[in-house]
Design a protein around this ligand. Sequence first.
Ligand code: ZN
Length: 164
Amino acid sequence: MPRYRFLADAMLGSLARWLRMLGYDTLYAGSLSDYSILEMLGRDDGRILLTRDRGLCRRALNKGYRCILLREFSVEDDLYILARKLKLELRVDPSRSRCPVCNAPLREARREEVEGKVPPSILRLHDKFWICTGCGKVYWRGGHWRGIEEVLKRVKLRINGEES
Ligand SMILES: [Zn+2]
């Protein structure tokens, strides 16, 4: 399974967070100019540009960089297109995830480590925690987890439906 690395353009912040949760190193271009984006791709061999901008994609491809043009408008559609194209592994394993906020890897944390950093009710309810090695944010499998799994399940069903 190749570990793809991505650079998501300003329109794709939400997709960037999903890819990080799935464990893919994903930079977010935010307010970077097209020029800076192309320069970044030049310095970072193999990183794939994800964009909705046809012109930017063409310029990247002309320079020999990798780019995937995303035409859909929901994260679910974008994930579907990427997963089909690149055979992404649509599974969130927090010990392999990257921080959705800053893209640094997560590591498992002991309860004592996260005490005071999460609400006491969360500490009572959960016994597995992960902490971002970059920004220190703490994660656990909370209520939003089911929503994440649901979306991934729907995308997988769509792909499997086509293959059979
Ligand atoms: Zn972080």
